[in-house]
Design a protein around this ligand. Sequence first.
Ligand code: HEM
Ligand SMILES: [Cu+2]
Length: 510
Amino acid sequence: MIEMEGTDPVGTIARREGGTEPDYRRIGRRHLQFALAMGAWGGLDALLLRTALIAPELLPARTYDALFTTHGVTMLFLFALPAIWGFAYAVVPAAVGADRLAFARAGRLALRLLPAAALGIRAGAIGRLLGLEVAPVATGWTFYPPLSTRMSNPAVDLALVGLLAVVASTVLTAGCLLATVRRRRTVRWLDLDLFTWSVLTAAAMAVLSFPVLAAAAVFLLSDRLLATGFFAGSTGSPLLWQHLFWFFAHPLVYVLVLPPMGIVSHVVARFSGRQLVGRRTAIYATLAIGVLSFTVWGHHMFATGMDPRARIAFMYVTLAVALPSSIKAFGWLATLWRGTVRLTAPMETSIAAIGFFTVGGVTGVALAAVPLGAIYNGTHYVVAHFHFMLAGFVGLAVLAGAYYWFPLLTGRWYDPRLAALHLRLTAVGIAVAFAALLALGLAGLPRRAATYPAAYAPLHQLATVGAALVAVGQLLFVWNLLRSARSGPPAPVDPWAADGGPRRTTTESP
Ligand code: HEM
Ligand SMILES: [Cu+2]
């Protein structure tokens, strides 16, 4: 039996022994490299969007629509999701005491499907780069009919096929991870660490929700190519798409949020020098979030004229999800409270992530209230809310994971001063960019629009400054990692032992 106290179950990634790398580690590392490249591409989209918003003459409005579509789809499916699965592959098998993956073939196939997914999803842009005249996908990441059934360009079909590849890859990965824990686990269930629990919950949710996206995408493709009438025509129901889509997409949000919660839980406990306060409760809260997320999809549809009684029901279950989520946040704060805090790069990043989680949560609860949600759903308020969660919390937690596991994966240290600067630029940039959008939304400015009345210009300019800070920060991050992977100082086997941590100066002797 593994004794949890004092040891670090997820801080023991197997090292490369004599040049051979375990399958799970390699698949994880490749997922992470893919996510990094795609995050850069989706980030470039975001920069172009922000530029277009302060200099509308640079880009046609139609291009704005295309950019927010590919930005959203890329960030969610090609950056955040692969990054999370990447950490899961690299870390979970060792954390549960398994020496290899069950169904390793599924894992390898999942990895191979990712480039195919990227090709499909980004076919419009790739076609353009090759000089082809393809009209881009400009449906928004939600692909709502009738827009998505009427847009006749093949880029939409290819993007849907790309989404099918994402579904296949995700379901294979989820199955592979679940089977590995189920079959090869040597640690008792309740002794499993919180990161592993959150990955297991996310994997189970993915298995139950992603196939619904696959079905919806196949129906949509068939409406587009075979003129069937699921969502289009006199028999079709655009609302059916919304139900199917959000039945999938709300759980998706928690598939993206739970493992980052696990990373933050782990990092906060590790660098507070103690166990997470309320560890057991946090495990149950994770499972509760997983179950409840399947009941709340209607809160994305308050504005569709649904039966008011249904709206109220969706409102209450949504508010109920806030409870286990706040349990998590209070657990982190209580752990920090009397802990012996060590402000390493992953710790600082996690603390910033907790801050954004709080803002994202509070702005979200306000949206769950039917009257407010109905008003603000179509404004920049929503963009600010979900970016506080996705960029502020998920994004920063992924960075915290990168800073935590980098020395374990590469055996080398990064430069901690550059990391500190990177974190500050990123956190300040995100706060500025999305506080400005929150204000724009409260002033009633609709989202998904390239043009707006001149009075809103100063806040839009401020948001672009914030985005630029984030961009500069990420350049530092990538440079730091690339350089350190080659020539960083060697890291010990347990890099985060109490007396460890990267040295601030290279001349200091241990
Ligand atoms: C700090 C970096 C980021 C900036 C500056 C940024 C900027 C933007 C902008 C300007 C929009 C269009 C808003 C509109 O007109 O409605 C947008 C939409 C979106 N973003 Fe981001 N974003 C960032 C990071 C992220 C991340 C990390 C994710 C996900 C993990 C993400 C997911 C989305 C989604 C899903 C949409 C909605 C697309 C749609 O309406 O179809 N973003 N973002
Ligand atoms: Cu939702």
